[in-house]
Design a protein around this ligand. Structure first.
Ligand SMILES: N[C@@H](CCC(=O)N[C@@H](CS)C(=O)NCC(=O)O)C(=O)O
Length: 209
């Protein structure tokens, strides 16, 4: 049994979608970051960076913060969505790390400046939107040559997809990135993704372009 500490955000959904894909039993502990619950001392013992998601694996007591580490751990635990060794493993990790260093933090800045604080910092809006479009172009070029980001459907797709699902917040028209749109739509149809998207609670349907 896995304890999942999460909220209704792209990083949180990475973990819940992965748990659904892996068909692992898990119990959900909502951490309402709007109410600063991520600063509760009990949560900080599991996630010292006061961020969701975090997990505790009741099988062995392993605690983990950082969604990328959680995805690798669960993939290794189950032997699914990441090759055990060789080039395919590192290709999956490569694109997972691309998400962790690129779309995660950069799209997050777009949400902060463009969605929630529009007009307050025009240069920041311009800078992060430009970077977001650059990242969408990188993804679109990759997906022009590959069905999924790495080789087969993998934890790299699971990591990137929830950030793309906020394309409306980012004022991004997915029609400008047809390969991303094709990939996004295929993944959105997966039952595990549809279930994981609604954890820890249902806040609406998956946006469809
Ligand atoms: N690099 C971390 C980022 C996690 C993160 O930024 N989580 C946000 C929600 S998406 C959060 O918990 N924010 C709470 C806060 O900023 O205090 C990961 O991938 O797990």
């Amino acid at each position: 049994m896995i304890d999942l500490y999460t909220w209704t955000t792209p990083n949180g959904r990475k973990a819940s979608i992965a748990l659904e894909e892996f068909e692992l039993p898990y119990s959900v502990h909502p951490i309402d970051i709007g109410k600063d619950e991520q600063f509760n001392p009990e949560f900080l013992r599991i996630s010292p960076n006061n961020r969701i998601p975090a997990i505790v694996d009741q099988d062995n007591g392993q605690t983990l913060m950082e969604s990328g580490a959680i995805l690798i751990y669960l993939a290794d635990k189950t032997g699914k969505l990441l090759a055990r060794e060789g080039e395919r493993r590192y290709r999956g990790i490569e694109w997972l790390m691309w998400q962790m260093g690129g779309p995660g933090p950069m799209f997050g800045q777009v949400h902060h400046f463009v969605k929630y604080n529009r007009g307050k910092a025009p240069y920041a809006e311009e800078r992060y939107l430009k970077e977001a479009h650059r990242l969408y172009s990188v993804l679109d070029r990759r997906l022009a040559q590959h069905e999924f980001v790495a080789d087969d459907y993998s934890i790299a797709d699971v990591a990137i997809w929830p950030w793309v699902s906020r394309y409306e917040w980012q004022t991004v028209d997915l029609n400008a990135y047809p390969n991303v749109k094709r990939w996004y739509t295929v993944i959105a149809m997966r039952p595990a993704v549809q279930r994981g998207y609604k954890v820890p609670k249902d806040v609406g349907e998956i946006p469809m372009p």
